[in-house]
Design a protein around this ligand. Structure first.
Ligand SMILES: Cc1cc2nc3c(=O)[nH]c(=O)nc-3n(C[C@H](O)[C@H](O)[C@H](O)COP(=O)(O)OP(=O)(O)OC[C@H]3O[C@@H](n4cnc5c(N)ncnc54)[C@H](O)[C@@H]3O)c2cc1C
Length: 421
């Protein structure tokens, strides 16, 4: 039986925030786009995210991109007529000299590019976060324009605006084959249909390296486990819904308020690697369960209790676990590979794809429609490891990406932007 064929300008594989933002931006510029999702839209990593929108990164160009992203979210709120962004501000805190130096250099870098950031005196930290241990802190900085959102609301907004501009969304449509002729992709195949287009975007999240293999390409990403807890509301321990998010990199944890409780997540030193090939084809990330007895949860609880001493193993809480996609340097892969025309990768958001997605959608649409971008893409180009022989075998890729994830909060950042006096 021959399959039906549909023709579009662009096929997006993956209905997470990366694919949805890309599809929406392309459609806003008039492209005819289909999003093919193997399961339900927004149910991959996106559906598990804690939703923090932290703009401050270890270098100025990435911080600038995330500052633009927050503005894009605000425009999206207007377009979709919804309120999704909760501006709470955020803090980085330091309990060692090395972390205090890290904060000082980040404040200099942030100020040099007009980011709203400053040191925060200890009494202010205590006033803003009465439920956090502060007696051991030697410095903190405050980023006034940071905040958070519910990932499902961002997904709905991308889809609403996308639909308004003609995007077609197909759930339960796993892409099983890339259609190629003479080194150029011209579409994809699912069980039910063929889809033809001059451009195919691989926005497959943790599955993206498997999708890349369909086009005979090695994409050096790895699928890495992650955990966070959410305490239930407790009248003895009130958490203001507008309290700032916290990043305590020395303890490897972050936190934000959530429905009267507190989210605390951890970037483990030795995270778990998932082999996406071995997961069932109908794997549903939203059904993943974390055991309170696991070592990762024990480490998370221990670190959470050090900063928030009222959190104990007996505290009523939910534990969420999911899979992130890391790259060897913690930066995503955006764009084409030299070995094949027509395939654009958009993956590897290394723990912060929600906050990156608004600007990434713009970048991908510029790359696809204009052939270049208004952003400097050197550090996120898809082909930056193409010729590196040490990043060809799956085991080597997993090792490098796992090292990156383990160091993600562990390593002290040295911002690359020149400091201003
Ligand atoms: C526990 C946890 C907490 C997090 N917290 C934050 C946070 O606070 N802030 C932040 O910015 N980020 C956070 N992240 C990271 C963020 O969730 C991801 O970076 C982001 O969701 C990645 O989006 P994506 O679209 O690339 O991937 P996904 O959301 O995984 O989407 C990819 C989609 O592609 C589909 N797909 C794959 N292959 C195929 C195929 N062959 N055919 C059809 N469909 C396919 C998948 O089913 C999936 O739905 C967190 C992640 C986790 C796991």
């Amino acid at each position: 039986m021959s399959l039906s064929t549909e023709t579009y300008d662009v096929i997006v594989i993956g209905g997470g925030v990366a694919g949805l933002s890309t599809a929406m931006q392309l459609a806003l510029r008039g492209a005819k786009v289909v999003v093919l999702e193997r399961e339900r839209i927004g149910n991959g990593s996106t559906g598990r995210a804690a939703g923090l929108l932290g703009q401050l990164r270890g270098n100025s160009e990435h911080t600038r991109m995330l500052m633009d992203g927050v503005e894009i979210v605000k425009e999206l709120e207007e377009k979709a007529d919804v309120e999704i962004f909760v501006q709470t501000g955020s803090m980085r805190i330091a309990e060692t000299d090395a972390r205090a130096e890290e904060i000082a250099s980040l404040v200099r870098m942030g100020k040099s590019i007009g980011f709203a950031i400053d040191h925060l005196p200890a009494d202010e930290v205590k006033k803003l976060l009465p439920y956090m241990r502060t007696d051991d802190l030697i410095d903190a900085c405050y980023c006034a324009t940071d905040g958070h959102l519910q990932p499902a609301e961002l997904v709905s907004a991308y889809v609403k605006v996308g639909k308004d501009h003609g995007v077609t969304y197909k759930s339960n449509s796993p892409v099983t084959e890339m259609l190629m002729a003479g080194g150029t992709a011209y579409g994809v195949k699912t069980q039910d249909a063929e889809y033809h287009a001059a451009v195919v975007v691989n926005a497959g999240g943790p599955w993206s390296y498997l999708n890349a293999e369909m086009s005979e390409t090695t994409l050096p990403t790895a699928a890495i486990g992650h955990y966070y807890l959410t305490t239930r509301p407790d009248s003895q321990q009130p958490i203001d819904r507008l309290s700032p998010a916290i990043r305590n990199r020395e303890l490897r944890i972050y936190s934000r308020p959530e429905s009267g409780g507190l989210i605390v997540g951890m970037y483990a030193a030795e995270p778990e690697i998932y082999d996406m090939k071995r997961l069932p084809v109908d794997f549903d990330m939203s059904a993943m369960k974390a055991s309170q007895a696991s070592i990762d949860v024990a480490l998370l609880l221990d670190a959470a209790q050090r900063r928030f001493p009222w959190i104990t193993p007996q505290t009523p809480m939910n534990i969420t676990t999911g899979i992130m996609t890391f790259t060897p340097d913690g930066r995503p892969f955006c764009g084409k590979m030299p070995n094949i025309e027509g395939v654009y990768h958009c993956a590897g958001f290394s723990g912060h794809g929600i906050v990156q997605s608004p600007a990434i959608g713009v970048i991908m649409s510029e790359l696809i429609l204009d052939g270049n971008s208004s952003y400097d893409l050197t550090s996120i180009s898809a082909d930056r490891y193409f010729d590196v022989p040490e990043l060809k075998a799956r085991q080597d890729i997993d090792t490098k990406c796992c090292e990156m994830a383990g160091n993600y909060y562990g390593k002290v950042e040295r911002p690359s932007a020149p400091a201003v006096s």
